[in-house]
Ligand binder design. Sequence first.
Ligand SMILES: C[S@@+](CC[C@H](N)C(=O)[O-])C[C@H]1O[C@@H](n2cnc3c(N)ncnc32)[C@H](O)[C@@H]1O
Length: 298
Amino acid sequence: MPQRYLVTAATRHAPSSPSSLALFPRPRREDAPQRRHDLREANKGTARMKLDRHYTDPRLVELYDRDNPRGADTDFYVRLAADLAAQRILDLGCGTGLLTRELAASDRQVVGVDPASAMLAVARWQPGADRVRWVDGDASALGTPEADLVVMTGNMTGNVAQVFLDDSEWAAPLRAIHAALRPGDHLAFESRNPDDRAWERWNRDATFERIDSPYGPMECWLEVVSVGNSRVRFEGHNVFTDTGEVIVASSELRFRSLAELTDSLIDAGFTVEQVYGDWNHRPVSSTSRVLVFVARRG
Ligand SMILES: C[S@@+](CC[C@H](N)C(=O)[O-])C[C@H]1O[C@@H](n2cnc3c(N)ncnc32)[C@H](O)[C@@H]1O
């Protein structure tokens, strides 16, 4: 399922240190209006770029970590960073920074980059956030920092790589990542496997959920709007049942094949070292839900 949205242990006032955050470990419903205000303020930096409401609507942003908890993908990237002995890591599209903060736990230099200010605002409130440098921007903000690992992960969903719809849009971050890495160092990311046809499961029956959010009970589901040209447009429906308010978040994702992703990496100057079909290092098959790439800068 694509990321559903969003809640984190956001607190009413952004604490100055991780230890003070522990005093407010869970979101409280009565604090919701203040949190919403804080995230709206954070969004003011996001205006320059069109982003899905999943990443900008304060209420949906707050639901992100609830619906996208730590998982096997987190383990995969943490282990990869250890195996590669990576010390300088860039997390592009870091979102609320769950993986980013874990990568930074081992005395590494870690930078989390994301164009959605509201997602970064949540990231900055979490325990361990002060070990990460958070950058509000897209791949053009990477510069040439001589990273030894760049990750782009969508919390099981491959969303970051898939938000780049046109081939030229996808080539730009690959170029920027290439420039940010030292020769011989690595890029790792995942993208949904088009052979798995995940969009066929994105319908109301299969995805309907009732949840208790900080903003009251909600009903959420997904619906596909169109499929074609390797792209899927879909909507996340979010109904606040107390008020009847509805937020419909529209998304469009590109589903690139194993061959297309491999070619794009080679064109950008990478060598593909591994492609896995899941987070346990199994080979790719037609039923693999994700394509997990580990590529080396040539
Ligand atoms: C599914 S979330 C993944 C967040 C995080 N990496 C995780 O695994 O939970 C996708 C993220 O990609 C970010 N994003 C959207 N467009 C982007 C772009 N052009 N460049 C970099 N990140 C982008 C969104 O703001 C969002 O935070």
